[in-house]
Ligand binder design. Structure first.
Ligand SMILES: Nc1nc2c(ncn2[C@@H]2O[C@H](COP(=O)(O)OP(=O)(O)OP(=O)(O)O)[C@@H](O)[C@H]2O)c(=O)[nH]1
Ligand SMILES: [Mg+2]
Ligand SMILES: [Zn+2]
Length: 292
């Protein structure tokens, strides 16, 4: 039978048979051969499996993937929604930019969603949204005030979307709203550190009320994009990508080379300083990981 992995915990995978309703799933183990081949079944995978009884089964094969994200671990996301909060916790732009790069690398459609907008005034909000305007679609919402949520269902319909971002920004809260009920645990942001509490521990794929499916993922504070190539990195930043032909040197890394069109645009304020800082940080991370 064909099925979809909607959750994985401790070596067991919940597989929903193709065409079955949300309530039906088999708890499956992966065949031993997967480990040998370095394959890990991942939430979002379409698999070939066989039922052993009413509840249990075995995964025989993973069908070809459209894409695979390592962090958060998800497969076959058509759309990748990077979620941040206007405040509590304050946006961590380097994490946002890494998630956007991961989406670009995977060929998923990237977009941004800013929650808790009721906590800032227009002008404060603009300081964040202005950076991404023209680069990625961006929606502003407030789950607390039920504002902007109606913009999501049409974006989600008919496909699989991932919600990723730091702990405490409201990913699970939003999914509860979209599912038209509450089932997912959400956790208050710590008052002292303004950090989330890592309430969600596992990736899970849910149906939404308007059709379409959405991945809830655990939040994190930092990570490195794996598999990125230093020479390719600029092509995953849209505002750099469009200027690549204009640098003096074909192999320009846009760091200290003369005649660099990217740094010229930065100096003119046409590339945001925070975006360029994220790029430089990622270059350094890639270099460090290559040194081992
Ligand atoms: N002020 C405000 N608080 C919100 C809003 N949306 C969610 N919250 C609160 O933010 C806290 C964190 O929400 P969660 O949904 O658990 O956050 P998460 O992103 O799933 O966090 P992890 O599972 O830890 O990654 C909860 O106390 C929510 O009630 C909002 O629009 N405004
Ligand atoms: Mg959560
Ligand atoms: Zn350059």
């Amino acid at each position: 039978m064909k099925g979809l992995i909607t959750k994985g915990v401790g070596g067991f995978y919940f597989v929903r048979p193709e065409g079955a309703g949300g309530g039906v799933s088999y708890s499956c183990r992966a065949r031993g051969i997967f480990k040998k081949e370095g394959l890990t079944p991942t939430v979002g995978d379409l698999v070939d499996f066989e039922a052993l009884d009413e509840e249990d089964g075995v995964i025989n094969a993973i069908l070809p993937r459209r894409n695979l994200f390592i962090r958060p671990p998800i497969a076959n996301a058509d759309r990748f929604i990077v979620m941040i909060a206007a405040a509590q916790p304050a946006p961590n732009l380097s994490v946002v930019d890494k998630l956007l790069v991961a989406a670009e690398m995977a060929g998923a459609e990237a977009m941004l969603c800013i929650n808790k907008t009721e906590l800032l005034n227009r002008e404060e909000l603009r300081r964040v949204t202005g950076i991404y305007e023209g680069l990625y679609p961006l929606i502003e919402i407030s789950c607390a005030e039920n504002a902007g949520l109606d913009r999501l269902p049409p974006l989600l319909a008919g496909r699989k979307s991932a919600l990723a971002g730091p702990s405490g920004v409201g990913k699970s809260t939003l999914i509860n709203r979209l599912r038209g009920g509450t089932a997912l645990e959400t956790g208050a942001v710590s008052g002292r550190t303004e950090r989330g509490r890592h309430t969600t521990r596992h990736v899970e794929l849910f149906d939404t009320a308007g059709g379409g499916m959405i991945f809830d993922t655990p939040g994190f504070t930092s990570f490195a994009v794996s598999g990125a190539d230093a020479a390719m990195l600029a092509s995953f930043y849209p505002e750099m990508r469009e200027r690549l032909g204009d640098c003096r040197f074909d192999d320009c890394r846009h760091l200290a080379e003369p005649g660099c069109a990217v740094r010229a645009a930065l100096a003119e304020g046409r590339i945001a300083a925070s975006r360029y800082a994220s790029y430089v940080m990622q270059q350094q991370e890639i270099e460090k990981s290559n040194a081992y």
